[in-house]
Design a protein around this ligand. Sequence first.
Ligand SMILES: [Cu+2]
Length: 172
Amino acid sequence: MASLSALIALLVVVGCAAAASATTFTVGDAQGWKTNVDYSSWANGQSFAVGDMLTFNFAGGHTVTEVTKSDYDNCAVSGNSISDTTSSPATIGLTAAGARYFICTVPSHCANGMKLAVTVAGGGGSSSGTTPPTGTTTPSPSRPTGGASTRGQAGAAAVAAAAGVLVKLALF
Ligand SMILES: [Cu+2]
């Protein structure tokens, strides 16, 4: 049954593509980590998922300091920072869903733009990828339109759609 084996091959390819989707983001792209860059605009153009990484490239004289939201809002470290790195490149793993906040603690640098907030989407990205998680929910029963959807969800939806075809083939 050639069409069935072709479908299985497709399923495997789609599954592998979904598993390989962890991304390393270079903060600020070519601009790197420095003053007078709009990191909220940069972050708004990305979608961060669990398992992705952030790389901060910067010249000497800056820090990558992870702080609380209130310290981020105030551009000041009120107590202990969550982490603090002074050597470039600084690589940060986005190991859990939720918001993360980074500033440069050199005086006036945060006020001059060296502050980054990212929101890490949960689900999908952290699985090993051999099988799609059984509890995965798709946003809606309608056919995904592709481009605009979150990467992990698109991959899972494609796997689910292919699996649905397999089930139909098995029934008829
Ligand atoms: Cu700085």
